[in-house]
Design a protein around this ligand. Structure first.
Ligand code: HEC
Length: 119
């Protein structure tokens, strides 16, 4: 009887640990297919939208460019965008995000800006 009780308790702990590990993995984003950290749209919403607008069209008062403008899109290279997003643009309100965003997050947000282009 004692052995049986011991086994029952151990088994209960084992299940509990399994549930804990899987819920931690879930919260770390390991089990969701689109990891939020590299979701360009989410990064834009969180860090850029207040100055660039929800639609990416910018605000005249802030002098932010219109990301949906095909002319702006073709005049701006990915490399230039990366540089500005990382280090900011001197003398403007555009601040650098190099210490907040990882390289892959910058790449994801550039892809998102590209997707805003008006067709
Ligand atoms: C505090 C306001 C502000 C925030 C926040 C901000 N920007 Fe900007 N951004 C600006 C302004 C102002 C400009 C225009 C600079 C200029 O005069 O050329 C700009 C310009 C840019 C440009 C164009 C650079 C070029 O060479 O023309 C890109 C790309 C850009 N921002 C991306 C981003 C991204 C991505 C984020 C979020 C990670 C972001 N910005 C967050 C204000 C902001």
């Amino acid at each position: 009887m004692r052995i049986k009780t011991g086994f029952g308790f151990g088994f209960f702990l084992w299940i509990g640990a399994g549930l804990l590990v899987s819920s931690l993995a879930f919260h770390a984003g390991l089990s969701s297919p689109a990891t939020p950290a590299t979701d360009g749209a989410a990064i834009f919403k969180k860090n850029c939208m207040m100055c660039h607008g929800a639609d990416g069209k910018g605000f005249a008062a802030l002098k932010t460019p219109n990301f949906t403008d095909p002319k702006w899109q073709s005049a701006t290279k990915d490399k230039e965008m990366k540089e500005v997003i990382k280090n900011g643009k001197k003398g403007t309100a555009m601040v650098g995000f190099g210490n907040q965003l990882k390289d892959e997050e910058i790449t994801a947000v550039i892809a998102y800006i590209r997707s805003l282009k008006k067709k």
